[in-house]
Design a protein around this ligand. Structure first.
Ligand code: PGA
Length: 258
């Protein structure tokens, strides 16, 4: 059983002051979610101010992307070293918007993962099928391919600090969440595949989180599944109140007064 991971992907939303205000509000409530691993992923421009606002807190900071190159003449790109320098511990890699809108390939994503680990970052590695692939019954083979090609040359030790996000492309920003059972089935395959690659045997340990139209209404039934270890939330993470309600799913289990 993993500590539930609740991550906010703000995509191309929030100015510096909006990000800092949100984080200040989130920090004030931190005592009410000490049994959750909460991560926020602001846009690049707000990373350093967000890191400063998070000081003294255990809320994690993630970048939404990074370059597949270490440094050099790559106008407009941001390196793993730069996001670490800006105060990030995590980085989202291979988000479906990067794959589909910006043409990122499994090969480029693999290079990013290698560099992220080299830099000591914890990647949130995103995978998921399109509606067309699901309807053609290709979900499982596609997922297995994204994992095996994404994790080439990644050591079993590094895989220990990996988080995988299963985000079916047809569920992102569409209001159409995968059913908890659909997500659970894929999460199980993901864990088994990662276990095979890291040649470990035994019970799979990689945390797998679900993303795609998660909200206050769907969080509890998703988190009731054995193999869903958390969520990556886009739209519903933009307002503090709704993100807090997601973080505090099943809040009744928390001690009184917290
Ligand atoms: P959504 O985005 O919650 O708005 O569907 C999730 C994501 O893309 O990470």
């Amino acid at each position: 059983m993993h500590t539930p991971i609740i991550a906010a992907n703000w995509k191309m939303h929030k100015t510096v002051s909006e990000a800092v205000d949100f984080i200040s509000g989130l920090k004030k409530e931190e005592a009410t979610f000490s049994d959750r691993r909460v991560i926020v992923a602001p846009p690049f421009t707000a990373l350093r101010p967000a890191a400063d606002a998070l000081s003294g807190s255990s809320i994690g900071l993630a970048a939404q992307n990074m370059s597949y190159a270490e440094s050099g003449a790559f106008t407009g790109e941001v390196s793993a070293g730069m996001i670490t320098d800006a105060g990030c511990t995590y980085v989202i890699i291979g988000h479906s918007e990067r794959r589909h809108l910006f043409g990122e390939t499994n090969e480029q994503i693999n290079k990013k993962l290698v560099l992220a680990f080299k830099e000591g970052l914890k990647p949130i590695f995103c995978i998921g099928e399109t509606l067309q692939e699901r309807e053609a019954d290709e979900t499982i083979s596609l997922i297995r391919q994204q994992i095996t090609e994404g994790l080439i040359n990644i050591s079993a030790g590094d895989i220990d600090s990996l988080i995988i996000a299963y985000e079916p492309v047809w569920a992102i920003g569409t209001g159409r969440t995968a059913t908890p059972e659909q997500a659970e089935e894929v999460h199980r395959v993901i864990k088994e595949t990662v276990q095979e690659i890291s040649d470990k045997g035994g019970t799979p340990t990689v945390p797998v989180i679900y993303g795609g139209s998660v909200n206050e209404q769907t969080i509890e039934s998703l988190m009731n599944q054995d193999n869903i270890d958390g969520v990556l939330v886009g739209g519903a993470s933009l307002k503090l109140e709704s993100f807090l309600n997601i973080i505090r799913f099943r809040a009744s289990v928390l001690p009184e007064g917290e």
